[in-house]
Design a binder for this molecule. Structure first.
Ligand code: ZN
Ligand code: ZN
Length: 368
């Protein structure tokens, strides 16, 4: 079938992207789903820093690639082996499918699926298939989703049934921002009643972690970011204390546990320095592969500290996304507050500029 999608043509073009236009809105041919796959009519898709990392070359991927890994939509049709999804059901797309059989899948979310990681790197769906063609040229899938398009074919393992009462834009951001930030809080921080938590870096993932920490209602929640408008937002959302990284250092602010959500070595150092004795410093952001940090082994030993890496929130999408959807239903997790603006697909290059400037929390493309 013919679809319209946002295709990244080349990595590393100069900013502003609104002028260099690394992404073109193209007409493509989408082939029918295989036995384990599902055709989804995309309703909403969020822009995430990981999309920008492909555009700016921090996470090189094969191009041309149809971007988008945080999306939701309605099931249109399913392959023969998919028996638990019906036409018209709303699904959230999860960008790291779990095959359920490899060593990674046996770690309860601690490690990603090996097969899913390999297929994501190769630009295919979980079982190696490709479905995107533009005038005879193969277009790569992005993280098994390619959600910046009117329709997507994805593996069943990349979908979570969400319930049609959850609006599309909420269902979309559950798939990456909320799963990553909230998952890290539940699965890696795992704080006890009364303990404080500090979130360093207030992008989509950081704000999600902050909202989930407030929803947990276990103890004080501290927000840290260099931008005053982000701190203002955090205060509005219900953070108990807000600081710039400089203030954290100068005032010696510390929390029981800290989450590094900026993906920057300096942010990691801020989070590590601000973790109390016995506490956990959880890294959620993904810095440049060559970035280095300095930490003191003496502090790790002397203060009985733990540093935990949490990839994709150490989450199992099928288990954790429904949990956060229930928190949203109960009113304690106002996910809509993450969404700073909704846009059309043809505004994508401009939206990448907004993201690169650090202004946007979550921009969501709506498809009608
Ligand atoms: Zn993402
Ligand atoms: Zn697996």
């Amino acid at each position: 079938m013919r679809i319209t999608g946002a295709v990244l043509e080349e990595i590393g073009r100069q900013r502003p992207y609104a002028e260099s236009a690394p992404i073109t809105v193209s007409e493509l041919e989408l082939t029918a789903p295989g036995p384990t796959e599902v055709l989804v009519k995309v309703e909403a898709a969020g822009l995430c820093h990981s999309d920008l990392s492909v555009v700016d070359g921090n996470r090189p991927r094969p191009v041309p690639m149809l971007l988008g890994h945080e999306a939701a939509g309605l099931v249109v049709s399913t392959g023969d082996e998919v028996t638990d999804l019906a036409e018209g059901e709303r699904v959230t797309m999860a960008f790291l499918p779990r095959c359920g059989e490899c060593d990674g899948c046996r770690t309860d979310g601690r490690l990603p699926c090996e097969r899913g990681t390999a297929s994501n790197t190769a630009g295919t769906l979980l079982h190696g298939s490709r479905h995107l063609d533009r005038d005879g040229e193969t277009v790569q899938h992005h993280l098994g989703v390619s959600g910046f398009a009117t329709y997507a074919v994805v593996d069943r393992a990349s979908l979570v049934k969400i319930g049609n009462d959850v609006p599309p834009e909420i269902a979309a951001v559950l798939g990456c921002a909320v799963l990553t930030g909230g998952g890290a809080l539940l699965n890696a921080v795992d704080r006890a009643e009364g303990e404080s938590v500090m979130v360093v870096g207030l992008g989509g993932v950081g704000i999600s972690a902050l909202l989930c920490a407030i929803a947990e209602a276990k103890g004080p929640v501290i927000a840290v970011d260099a931008l005053p408008e982000k701190l203002e937002l955090a205060r509005d959302l219900g953070a108990d204390e807000v600081y710039t990284p400089t203030e954290v250092v100068e005032q010696g602010i510390r929390a029981s546990h800290t989450l590094e959500c900026a993906g920057h070595p300096r942010a990691f150092e801020t989070a590590f320095a601000a973790t109390k004795p016995g506490g956990r410093t959880v890294t959620v952001g993904l810095p440049h592969p060559e970035a280095k940090s300095e930490v003191s082994p003496a502090v790790i030993t002397g203060e009985a500290r733990t540093i935990i890496g949490s990839y994709l929130g150490s989450a199992v999408p099928q288990r954790d996304i429904p949990t956060f959807a229930d928190w949203w239903r109960s009113g304690k997790l106002p996910i809509e507050k993450l969404i700073s603006r909704t846009i059309r697909l043809d505004q994508i290059n401009d939206a990448m500029d907004e993201l690169a400037d650090g202004k946007a929390v979550r921009q969501v493309i709506l498809f009608n």
